[in-house]
Design a binder for this molecule. Structure first.
Ligand SMILES: [Zn+2]
Length: 346
């Protein structure tokens, strides 16, 4: 009897997932045969092979600190000039031309389902959820738990009346299911949306998506370009190093600041497909010709097998090896911000 109940539950779960994600997309990055999204330049990650799993499990485990305090700066309500604040992991506040944009907002204590599973946050958010300035845009790069957090999304929708959610193809359904009643704009790669004086363009990333058991790559993943007369900021989302950075550089000739991920890159042979390490991020910075790079996606949630602080230390080392001018790399601790100066103006 018990087995029958379990089987019925599993069958229900499969049907539910199937109907939830069974949709046709008019996108060249959606394969009608597999009914999944893909990146055309490299096979898209879909299953974890035994070999990859073994490499992850056999890599020596590393111990991170339990909890770290953060020095919080007074919050700036709005700014004409560009200001970028590190709230933690991929959550950044971009302020420019009197607009406030938040990327991949995650304020929960765990990056996982139900608030009880998944890696624990070791650094508190650089700005608390209650102290955020009025937000105009929440940009969500993909559906992994460390980038899309239900309780944060619900809180932002409730407390920020002007907010518009910008999401990749396939994620709108989820937000609607959560009861979000603010505008939700779904973008395919190379499509744009304008909000007042801000132009947001979705750009490719080398990654994948999964939230449940059977929805691998059923929703798209993306990076974002944010442009106003005050400057242009590129947010890479979650990505490995790939030729898409050259494609982005071909279309965007003047990028002021690039927010590029450097963490969760070990074991490198397994992770490089989906995440950049510090050296990869510097290669991307060179390909994009960004005036300045801010490293993101490290030392907040332990997702890879690197030591705490290792990504940052390796970044500093590689800057010297690759002979990149030091002033181009802006390392922001959680809570710190980069304020514009004439260097970033067009
Ligand atoms: Zn991800």
């Amino acid at each position: 009897m018990f087995i029958l109940i379990v089987l019925a539950f599993l069958a229900g779960l499969i049907l539910y997932q199937y109907f939830l994600t069974h949709k046709k997309w008019n996108s060249v990055y959606w394969n009608p045969k597999t009914r999944r999204f893909f990146h055309p330049w490299k096979p898209t990650l879909s299953i974890v092979t035994i070999k990859a799993l073994w490499k992850i499990l056999s890599a020596p485990s590393v111990k991170w600190p339990q909890k770290l305090n953060v020095e919080k700066l007074p919050v700036i309500d709005r700014s004409k000039e560009l200001i970028i604040t590190n709230i933690g992991h991929a959550t950044f506040l971009i302020q420019m031309d009197n607009l406030n944009i938040i990327t991949d907002p995650v304020f929960s204590n765990r990056a996982g389902p139900f608030g009880i599973l998944g890696p624990k946050r070791i650094v508190q958010p650089g700005i608390s959820l209650e102290s955020l300035p009025p937000l105009d845009v929440a940009f969500i790069s993909h559906n992994h738990y460390d980038h899309l957090d239900k309780s944060t999304v619900l809180n932002l929708a409730k407390n920020h009346p002007n907010i518009t959610f910008i999401v990749p193809l396939g994620i709108k359904t989820k937000l609607l299911k959560w009861g979000i009643q603010r505008p939700i704009i779904e973008l395919d790669w190379w499509t744009s949306h304008e909000i007042a004086q801000l132009k947001i363009t979705a750009v490719p990333a080398q990654h994948w998506s999964r939230r449940g058991f059977f929805d691998t790559n059923k929703t798209l993943w993306m990076g974002g370009m944010f442009e106003t007369n005050q400057g242009s900021v590129f947010f890479a989302g979650d990505t490995g190093l790939g030729p898409h950075f050259n494609h982005i550089a071909d279309r965007f000739k003047h990028i002021d600041v690039g927010l590029l991920p450097i963490g969760s890159y070990k074991p490198y042979s397994v992770m490089k497909q989906q995440h950049m390490g510090p050296k990869d991020a510097l290669e991307a910075h060179k390909a994009l010709k960004t005036k300045a790079m801010i490293p993101i996606h490290y030392d907040v949630f332990q997702l890879g097998k690197e030591e705490f602080l290792e990504a940052e230390e390796e970044l500093i080392k590689e800057v010297k090896v690759l002979k990149i001018p030091k002033q181009e790399i802006k390392i922001l601790k959680v809570g710190q911000r980069l304020e514009a100066n004439p260097h970033f103006q067009k």
